[in-house]
Design a protein around this ligand. Structure first.
Ligand code: ADP
Length: 380
């Protein structure tokens, strides 16, 4: 990160344990989590259920008191254990958009939007409130509904109102906890695009929580992948997909073939040579530092769309290049734009996304190739 990056949030070594039965060992829901949210960026906490995303977000909001670590926000320390500092949620420069949107049913759309200007941290007075609220409702396409009861809005409109209301509190950071999870798939996809375009339009800084990897990839500038209370990897979406640093990340984001490695050695010209049950595989991508590329264990990781496959004539034994090997088609599924194959080689199933026109049937032998430039060696 460059020196002039301004961070809206800096989280250092955050830990949170919940009270346990006396005598049992302390376990941490969040266990030493550090990351930054640069100003104007959309940062997502992504991970499976129970990995500590919501707890982290609630600690940032101040709704939960962490056990250890430090949280800075807009250049101020809002939580620090040694300094015994805890800034109350209402005094933190944040706005939270909860799963249920938290819209007030007994108020009109306009009054809902104006709420943070009448009651929040940055309270204002007079006519200005109505005008600002109306301007914002106009920008999110709700101006015509300003005088309706908030309950008369559709799910999508309620989300826009929740977003508009959050922005009217002038937060340093918007905190969003799975705001799309209550919607059906089609609306979800539409609102995902809308959320991203609003975020860009208003230049908001956002910290978002989801367990949905597609959502995280589509929305985020940076994704923080969490697993069992700790951070697995922090990267841009493309980088996470192309260069996962662990088997967990490779498997959680998209589909990946993870082939166990017996032993590895560094190749003089660069890359790693991995011996697997399928054969010897050259990996030009690696999560492992140059000095540690000798030993055993780990995985070869290759995405289904990066596995090359060609059919063989049944009569003769095919000539194989160094990085090719023979497998038997186990299943072949036609998916319109592509063919999804499972090929078994040396008893290891390999999922391949092949072109739809490739003619091959279960039981046939095929030649499979892992392209070294898109094949990774992951230490664990
Ligand atoms: P996520 O948002 O990733 O699904 P959470 O942050 O909600 O995960 O939970 C992380 C862990 O902390 C889980 O094991 C969960 O059971 C535990 N946990 C969360 N809230 C509480 C609580 N109030 N009391 C005790 N344990 C909790």
């Amino acid at each position: 990160m460059s020196m002039d990056t301004v961070n809206s949030i800096v989280i250092t070594e955050l830990r949170k344990s919940y009270d346990r039965v006396a005598g049992s060992e302390t376990t941490y829901a969040v266990d030493g989590v550090s990351f930054d949210v640069p100003k104007g960026q959309f940062v997502t906490l992504l991970g499976p259920s129970g990995c500590g995303k919501t707890t982290t977000l609630r600690c940032v909001a101040g709704l939960e008191r962490a056990t250890g670590g430090r949280i800075e926000m807009g250049g101020q320390v809002v939580f620090d254990v040694p300094q015994k500092r805890f800034v109350r949620p209402e005094d933190r420069p944040i706005a939270m958009v909860p799963q249920s949107y938290g819209i007030w049913p007994h108020m009109t759309v306009l009054d809902n939007a104006a709420f943070p200007m009448r009651h929040g941290r940055n309270r204002r007075r007079g006519q200005d409130i109505r005008k600002r609220a109306m301007d914002m409702l106009d920008q999110v396409g709700l101006a015509a509904m300003a005088d309706r009861w908030a309950t008369q809005l559709s799910g999508g409109q309620q989300q826009r109102l929740a977003f508009a209301r959050a922005l009217l509190g002038d937060p340093e950071v918007l905190l969003l906890d799975e705001p799309l999870s209550n919607l059906d798939a089609k609306l979800r996809a539409k609102l995902r695009q809308e959320l991203r375009s609003f975020q860009e339009q208003f230049g908001v800084t956002a910290l978002y929580v989801t367990h949905d990897q597609a959502e995280a990839l589509a929305l985020s500038d940076t994704v923080v992948v969490m697993n069992q209370g700790h951070v697995e990897q922090i990267d841009r979406p493309e980088q996470l997909y192309d260069h996962p640093r662990s088997a967990f990340v490779a498997d959680f984001i998209g589909n990946a073939n993870l082939i166990p490695v017996q032993d590895v050695s560094a190749r003089r010209e660069g890359g790693v040579i991995a011996k697997t049950g399928v054969g010897t595989v050259l990996c030009l991508r690696s999560s492992v530092e140059e000095d540690h590329r000798t030993g055993s264990g780990g995985f070869v990781c290759v995405r289904p769309e990066n596995v090359e496959v060609r059919t063989t004539s049944q009569q003769e034994t095919p000539m194989l290049e160094d990085d090719e090997f023979i497998g038997t088609v186990e299943t072949s599924e036609f998916l319109g734009d592509r063919l999804e194959l499972v090929v078994r080689a040396a008893d290891i199933p390999i999922t391949i996304s092949a072109r739809a026109g490739l003619g091959c049937r279960p039981g046939e032998d095929v030649v499979v190739r892992f392209d070294p430039t898109t094949t990774s060696y992951l230490a664990s």
